[in-house]
Design a protein around this ligand. Sequence first.
Ligand code: ARG
Length: 468
Amino acid sequence: MAQLWGGRFTKETDKLVYAFNASISFDQKFYRQDIEGSIAHVVMLEKQGILTQDEKDAIVKGLTGIRQDIENGVLEITEEYEDIHSFVEANLIERIGDAGKKLHTGRSRNDQVALDMRLYTRVEILSVDELLKELLKTLLQIMEEHVQTYMPGFTHLQKAQPITLAHHVGAYFEMFKRDRQRLEDIYKRMNYCPLGAGALAGTTYPLDRYYTASLLGFEGPTLNSMDSVSDRDYVIEFLSALSTIMMHLSRFCEEIILWNSNEYRFVEIDDTYATGSSIMPQKKNPDIAELIRGKTGRVYGALISILTTMKGIPLAYNKDMQEDKELTFDAIDTVKGCLALFNGMVQTMKFHQPVMETSAMLGFTNATDAADYLVGKGVPFRDAHGIIGRLVLYCIDKSCSIEDLTIEELKSISPDFEEDVYDAISLKTCVEKRLTVGAPGPDAMRKVIQIEKEYLAGIEKGMVEKHE
Ligand code: ARG
């Protein structure tokens, strides 16, 4: 057991207490950020005349060496230390001697951990964003290829009106686009540096917090030291954004599972993204889509957990906050894995165009258009709705579609029907006439695709560029 704070104690910590209290098994995940923060801290201490140049140089060299050795596998992070901060500091002192003991001047583990978690979250926001961008590119490509792939649109999982595959996929494009915007908002809001807040009340050393913040690529320092060490809002916001991403992935997965079923056969998941059964030789199961749907619960769990942890904590730092890490790390890794796998699954998936089209023709998806046709002939919409309703009943009885009826049969239900009705209610007309912005008509869709192309091209310069 190696602790930073033994001076005041006369007895050894109970072993179980030590293990219960320690965080090194999981906070070692941000050793890079811990070292990055420490380097910025000592560079600032030297600028302010708190450390000599020699001391600063020795510390920076020592810390850089530790980082290299961890990366090369020469130095192993062991659990004999309480947390990653103690591990790094103890190693530094071992390497460079007394100068290492000055690293923690004007700093507390409270502002140190607040910084590390922020730095870690900030990087992860960017990598989740990168994966979302890749997914958006895939979706846009599918949209471009399928502006005229007709399929039924559903409400209540009942066929409603015809749409196109581009339009359906485009709905998810918008969702994932908003997910990126959420990440960007969070990034902007959280990009302030808590270092220098000390344990809770700042410090009497003349730190230059603006300088430390700029060294670490933050907009500036946080403005209240109590808030700095006890704020985890950004973790909550990030987990909320991650939960929303999972919710979107999960809905899409649910549809893919349905579409991939024998009953739908709209798509076929590639062999590389499907699994078999140990007993039923015929099976090809959509396990990846199901797992992504299933893992959504675990990301929601992380969000609810941290919300609950934070709700009763008085200011400022309390050890409860150590619970911000494990589930957050797990949620981030889960979402990144799901996004990458989902992207691969969709990229390799086959769309059965004729099956979708046939499905769109059945189930009276043109009933609204048939009513609109009568409106065009001067019938009030409410009456037209009633007429088409009766027509649908008649067709159900005869097991046919509206367009299968002869003009005489149609006229016997309403004299306003004429020969041009067949063209007016054909699948092609039904889709192609839907031309308001956001509707599935191919011309309307192409305009949206162009807007989204420009969005994807422009956004390349977004957060990442700012960070660099
Ligand atoms: N492991 C702690 C955490 O994750 C680091 C901060 C410890 N501070 C303290 N006063 N015990 O929150």
